[in-house]
Design a protein around this ligand. Structure first.
Ligand code: SAH
Length: 379
């Protein structure tokens, strides 16, 4: 029997399906609202559809296709890491970070000030875009897994829905930020990633201004993103201050070097008040010196951008060390002195291995880890 998965389909595709079923076009809107808006996970629970239609759909192999939470790990800081099982048995990680914020709320107010909303209803979800990753960044645990496959748009949206359901949180009333900073390189799965963005905005109700996509620097897709009518904010994983160092840490730099990357960043059409983010993972004695900091200043001078500094989240198989906190502060000081906003990301969920790939890898070895250590530390 042919299987039809609903999650991941947009209104146009659902309308086509309704037509195939001999149903009126408004069924498409009902299904869209049920699986994305209400986040229902079975055809049987879509009560807006007539019972007869529900059983007909069940019999003909139509399924919502919601991924399942296979394991979860709760950190003492409130971070929850979910290992999510996909229909073919592959797993990815999705991380829930309560009160995590990217330092800016997207509406121009600073994180931490929310005059009208209760603080507890604020959180960040970190989603995966691929099973594993093909970009061989030397400090990243997901890289050690290699890439198994791309996620479908439905599997990306499904991670968010599973976590929202588990946390009993509903955007847009509850304020949820979304970062595409989990396992994988979103720009090597561009079409599914961008489709998921549209479904998450139009269906699930998360405004695009609350979403951030992070790339290792797939330059042509940075230009593509700039042309999208609906798009998240852009974060670029810089991680090194010159080409020699960046090529060593991120071999992808051979294909798109800093000149090309920074040119794309300069050309990126920012919305009013929007900033680019550069992420910089600090590796002890490797890329964390004052000279490195001054090189970063020269690289990004004149860009409307901020820098997020992340001290390495260590893990098995990673041959780098985490710098001491004063080293991180020193690096930050140099950026700030040059008028570049720089934030230190507080590590989240260390006790549960909350950086990307850590959960999946430790689960595979005996039992994973989002580096989206998203809460700003002291400036
Ligand atoms: N592939 C995308 C998104 C996933 S990685 C990208 O490269 O941007 C998300 C962020 O985590 C990146 O900025 C990456 O540099 C950072 N990161 C990877 N491994 C890390 C580690 N071990 N500790 C801290 N941050 C890490």
């Amino acid at each position: 029997m042919k299987q039809t998965i609903i999650l991941g389909l947009d209104i146009a595709e659902l309308t086509e399906l309704a037509q195939e079923w001999g149903e009126p076009p408004f069924r498409a809107r009902q299904i869209f609202e049920s699986v994305y808006g209400q986040r229902l996970t079975s055809i049987d629970s879509i009560f807006t559809l007539p019972a007869k239609l529900r059983s007909r759909l069940n019999q003909s192999g139509v399924e919502v296709g919601a991924p399942l939470i296979e394991k979860k790990f709760v950190s003492s800081d409130g971070t929850v890491r979910y290992l999510i099982a996909l229909s073919d048995g592959q797993t990815v990680e999705t991380v829930w970070m309560p009160e995590g914020d990217d330092g800016e709320t997207g509406d121009g107010t600073e994180a931490g000030e929310s005059p009208t909303r209760a603080r507890m209803s604020r959180a960040t979800i970190c989603v995966s875009s691929q099973v594993g990753c093909a970009v061989a960044c030397r400090f990243c645990l997901t890289a050690l897994l290699g890439v198994k496959r791309n996620l479908t748009a439905g599997e990306i949206v499904g991670q968010v829905c599973a976590v929202l359901n588990h946390q009993q949180v509903s955007p847009p009333n509850d304020r949820v930020n979304l970062v595409f900073m989990g396992m994988g390189e979103p720009f090597l799965n561009y079409d599914n990633f961008i489709k998921s963005v549209r479904l998450l905005k139009d269906g699930v109700g998360i405004p695009e201004s609350r979403m951030t996509v992070s790339t290792a620097g797939i330059v042509p897709r940075i230009y593509d993103l700039g042309l999208e009518a609906t798009r998240p904010k852009l974060a670029i994983s810089l991680n090194a201050s010159n080409d020699g160092l960046r090529t060593k840490l991120m071999p992808i730099n051979r294909k798109w070097n800093l000149e090309k990357l920074i040119a794309a960043a300069k050309d990126f059409p920012l919305r009013p008040r929007e900033k680019l983010t550069f992420e910089y993972v600090l590796l002890n004695g490797v890329n964390d010196s004052a000279v490195n900091a001054r090189e970063v200043v020269e690289l990004i001078r004149g860009l409307r951008a901020k820098v997020n500094l992340i001290a390495l989240n260590p893990g098995p198989g990673i041959d780098f060390e985490t710098p001491a906190p004063d080293k991180v502060l020193e690096f930050q000081k140099i950026l700030i002195a040059a008028d570049i906003p720089a934030f230190i990301r507080r590590p989240r969920g260390r006790d549960i291995y909350a950086a990307c790939g850590q959960l999946k890898r430790t689960v595979e070895m005996s039992s994973a880890y989002c580096h989206a250590s998203l809460t700003d530390g002291p400036r």
